[in-house]
Ligand binder design. Structure first.
Ligand code: PLP
Length: 376
């Protein structure tokens, strides 16, 4: 059986976790958390990175850092995304306003953002699907002119760039995921990227239960106290140790994924040329990270038959997302602006093929041969 995902792992993880246990440094913001933060700051060029317990929590923390977003305010985002993108803002009482996606990248259609803006709109949340960037020049231009905050859901976007700049560094805040299904993992975890130095102190406070404990740990004050509302978004240093082992070999992991991605793309090219399937698009200026390889079938019926056929041949393929605006919570908390031309239709055609660090080219070739046999 070729499984859909295998959590990423680097050999050094054992040594690093053993060190945490031996030194009894297992709580948050220990040496490995600092190493991860610094690595992300260096690699992406963001002003500040704070490791969090998940990408969901990083997004929640970003929402808490934007007190202008309150009950009844609106936040524009795609409906084709994971629930966390919306949850963070729904928890603040805000209304997710869903707009349609582009069929080529499955990302928010940047041309539909401005028509969805009302006097209650406070933020835009682009989601970089499959690690392929949204049209950030357009999105940042609109946000600047209309004075809106931008929170990038870059859960899938670490190591990807848009016009040479790392995803997660365009908006006021960027959110990475280190869930076990992502390119780099700590089991459960994430990171908040902070673009502007002025937001760093408040972020540290809210992440530390509303206290200035981070300053205390740095020796900048001699006791810490309760300053603001907050929560606890620090992961254990053992999780950070597991992640850091992968970050040290991030290039190698990235290249291995890209190699598989390119092999899929090349092998399946003829099927796409023959009009049987569609392949993902990577627009000019976007460098992706091989997070995901998906194809599009003709429709939902063909997709079901396709997934069943692959399963019979020992290949686990999956699909996602049920568009948020059609889900019970989406109906309750949000609304769709404009026409759903592509969100539902394209989401019903999409299938993800196995993709993980450690997948080898023989396996990719076998999967592609099986896909071709299905269409023969
Ligand atoms: C994985 C994912 C998340 C959630 O990440 P967690 O770390 O599991 O909270 C959010 N948004 C998108 C687009 C994702 O793919």
């Amino acid at each position: 059986m070729i499984t859909f995902n295998v959590p990423p792992y680097a050999d050094k993880a054992y040594d690093y976790i053993r060190e945490c246990v031996k030194n009894q440094k297992i709580c948050g913001d220990g040496p490995y958390t600092k190493k991860c933060n610094e690595w992300i700051e260096r690699t992406t060029g963001t002003a500040k990175c704070l490791l969090t317990t998940s990408c969901t929590h990083a997004t929640e923390l970003a929402a808490l850092l934007l007190p202008q977003i309150g009950p009844g305010d609106e936040v524009i985002m795609p409906s084709f995304t994971f629930v966390s993108t919306a949850d963070a803002f729904v928890l603040r009482g805000a209304v997710p306003v869903f707009v349609d996606i582009r069929p080529d990248t499955m990302n928010i259609d940047e041309k539909l953002i401005e028509p969805a803006i009302t006097e209650r709109t406070k933020a835009i949340v682009p989601v970089h699907y499959a690690g392929v960037a949204c049209e950030m020049d357009t999105i940042m231009e609109i946000a600047g002119r209309r004075r809106l905050a931008v929170i990038e859901d870059a859960a899938q976007g670490i190591m990807s760039t848009y016009r040479g700049k790392a995803l997660g560094t365009f908006g006021n805040f960027g959110c990475f995921s280190f869930h076990e299904t992502k390119n780099y993992s700590m089991g459960e975890g994430g990171a908040l990227l902070i673009r502007d130095q002025k937001d760093v102190e408040e972020a540290e406070i809210i992440r530390e239960k509303g206290t200035n404990r981070s300053k205390y740990y740095r020796g900048q004050i001699d006791k810490y106290t309760w300053i603001n509302y907050g929560s606890s978004y620090l992961p254990s240093d053992m999780n950070a140790a597991y992640l850091y082992a992968q970050l040290e070999i991030a290039e190698q992991i990235n290249e291995a994924r890209i190699t598989c991605w390119n092999r899929y793309y090349r092998n399946l090219g003829p099927l796409a040329d023959a009009g049987k399937i569609e392949l993902p698009a990577v627009p000019e200026g976007c460098v992706h990270n091989g997070h995901m390889f998906y194809i599009k079938t003709a429709d939902i019926g063909e997709r079901t038959a396709f997934i069943d056929y692959l399963k019979e041949k020992g290949i686990h393929a999956v699909f996602h997302y049920i568009p948020l605006h059609t889900a019970p919570a989406g109906l309750k908390f949000g609304r769709f602006h404009g026409e759903d031309r592509y969100t539902t239709r394209e989401s019903e055609r999409l299938v993800r093929l196995p993709m993980y660090y450690g997948l080898n080219l023989e396996q990719v070739d076998y999967i592609c041969d099986t896909v071709k046999r299905f269409y023969a």
